[in-house]
Design a protein around this ligand. Sequence first.
Ligand code: 17E
Ligand code: FE2
Length: 418
Amino acid sequence: MTPHLEAIVNARLVGADGLYTLRMASGRFSAIESQVGELNASAEQLDARGNLVSAPFVEPHIHLDAALTAGEPHWNRSGTLFEGIECWAERKALLSREDVIGRAEQTLKLFAAHGIQYVRTHVDVTDPQLTALQAMVEVRERVRDFVDLQIVAFPQEGILSFPKGPELMSRALELGADVIGGIPHFEFTRDYGVESVKLLMDLAQAHDCLVDVHCDEIDDPQSRFLEVLAAEALSRDYGSRVTASHTCAMHSYDQAYCSRLFRLLQKAGLRFVALPTENLHLQGRFDGYPKRRGITRVPELLDAGLKVCFGQDSIRDPWYPMGNGNLLRTLDVGLHACHMLGIERIESALELVTDNGAAALNLSDYGIAVGRPARCMVLHGHNPYQVLLNQSPVLASVRDGRCLVQRQISQPAVAGWE
Ligand code: 17E
Ligand code: FE2
């Protein structure tokens, strides 16, 4: 392990002018001091060199059990969610504990190298052996020093449409899953979909756990399970603990319906995860031209005061053959695809991969503030705009006062800014 840092000097902070020193003691931030000018860093200090220091990236939605299996046993040729599910069912039959642990840890190390310190993974529990779920519970312990991992019991092939689906969900929670998932748009019927949402909310309340549902990941404007999830969250006063992932069908809802829906979403206060790279790839596959983007209404949700974050969803798996662990890439694609390159959106863009992700994960001790765990990263640029232009990997990642990652970037900062 690297030694404890005494401070980070010459740091810029989001939304603040000037340079700062962030002091740390016993793994927590102990003081945040405004500097008069530039300081020379001592051996126990990290020099941010005027770059932006932010709370760590949060990856709110990834499927680690399937990570790095693209092409096994064959490639997804159509690019649809549905062929992905079929490929995965074949690969799932071959899973072993070692296989899952190896790929999950490799992926989490890659994430850590990109400044991610909090991850929520969905793990397929439509498997009578629950091989991946049990392995992931082990992974959560093995990676504790560099990442906080939340595990979602995710019923990839349905809760009511899969043999003993409800029992598998309960067993997964007993074995240590933190969050309960669902996939109502993939259940055999609309009625099953509605019933599955009620069932998973009952289970969440009984186990006092969080909820994160794959909700309406389809271009069908008739897929309206988000309203069911939101109404259940509202009536149970559970909204801050419920996350709706994907909600792609919202892209295809008509305006009148959306207007009614947004009233409910605001009352319920649930959280949203958009997966821009993944859904640009998977959605629109049944369209001629024009082809829908299939991404949920990110700016509209934000403007309605709701918390929305971006996630990667996949890294080289049966659904998506790309991915490198860098959330700045996901953010860049998402801002483009969602018409979010207005200056205010750019200036607040990092929220989508930091604070709003922390809200989706219900993290209580997240952020740069005195008394909180000394976890942060140094980004390449003086402000969010420059960071987005540079697209560099993080310059440093600090966890509980120790450097996890430190790298020099040879590439010059964006032309015209220095
Ligand atoms: N499973 C699913 O239902 N949807 C996805 N986008 C992935 C897995 C990656
Ligand atoms: Fe997903």
